[in-house]
Ligand binder design. Structure first.
Ligand code: SF4
Length: 280
């Protein structure tokens, strides 16, 4: 049972090197770059429709996957294959606009109906303000509104990427901001894998245990806890092994996940709904 599993960051057992300190020096070596002082120099920054600057995760460094790679592979390894082939990085604008809400909680809690009606929230203005009111009772509310870091790049032993927020604390808490809605309980598997990856990479950088992360769903004003249980860590390691062993397109999952997949046409899946439409 998950409740009886203790948190762990196995990666913290290995000593940190200069290259793992988050300075990006290994990235420069991997890319053969000269005159690059920080990995930030290699990360594309683009103004977004929401007015924030979006920093996209760079592609795998020396074969080390990004948090987004692992999250995609947890959904469907074949989707990651297509995304890498097309160099498809970063969220689409509509997803980014929903993620941007996570950086305006304080302001949106006081916003009027007209303002909220223009935003990509998934509830009525009244319900949304109520959700933010509930969120404000969390002990880490102030940190959620004013994180120590935003879009913080971190490089671990096995993966690297951006923490959407880093909350102050002892230990600090990384967060993953999802553009979607949560399941009834807990978080979706791809977000769990990303949260574990983020916590492990931060643990490697800080050389200390990071036992938990958060997943934020700002379009509905909900934040969920992700403890690094044995079950979650095992799922993360399974996905990591899958990504490392990818050599050509992985098998199709061919289930309900395909219905909302942007690659379904070229992937050529026949989902159950299509089959039933065709009378198979
Ligand atoms: S259509 Fe289905 S099998 Fe193909 S990439 Fe998408 S989720 Fe994976």
């Amino acid at each position: 049972m998950e409740a009886s599993e203790g948190p762990s960051n196995a990666d913290t057992a290995t000593p940190m090197t200069a290259d793992s300190a988050g300075t990006g020096s290994r990235a420069c070596v991997a890319f053969g770059c000269s005159g690059v002082s920080s990995v930030r120099d290699l990360v594309p920054e683009l103004p977004s429709e929401s007015g924030r600057t979006v920093i996209y995760e760079i592609a795998a460094i020396g074969g080390m996957p990004t948090f987004s790679d692992l999250s995609r592979a947890a959904y469907c390894p074949r989707q990651l294959y297509y995304a890498r082939r097309d160099d498809d990085r970063g969220p689409p604008p509509e997803a980014e606009a929903r993620q941007a809400l996570a950086f305006r909680y304080d302001e949106l809690r006081e916003a009027d109906d007209e303002t909220l009606a223009d935003l990509p929230i998934d509830s009525s203005p009244v319900d949304y303000r109520d959700a933010l009111d509930r969120l404000s009772t969390r002990p880490d509310w102030q940190q959620l509104c004013e994180p120590t870091e935003q879009e913080y790049y971190v490089e671990g032993k096995d993966c690297h990427g951006l923490l959407h927020k880093l909350l102050a604390g002892d230990p600090p808490v990384p967060t993953v901001v999802s553009p979607g809605e949560p399941p009834e309980q807990g978080v979706w598997e791809p977000q769990s894998v990303r949260a574990v990856a983020a916590a492990n990479a931060l643990a490697w950088e800080r050389q200390r245990e990071i036992p938990r992360a958060l997943v934020e769903y700002p379009a509905v004003g909900i934040v969920r806890e992700v403890e690094l249980t044995c079950r979650r860590t095992a799922a993360y390691r399974r996905v990591l092994r899958t990504v490392r062993s990818m050599d050509g397109p992985p098998p199709r999952v061919d289930d309900s996940r395909c219905e909302s997949c942007e690659y379904r046409t070229e992937c050529g899946v026949k989902t159950r709904s299509l089959r039933s439409l065709l009378g198979f």
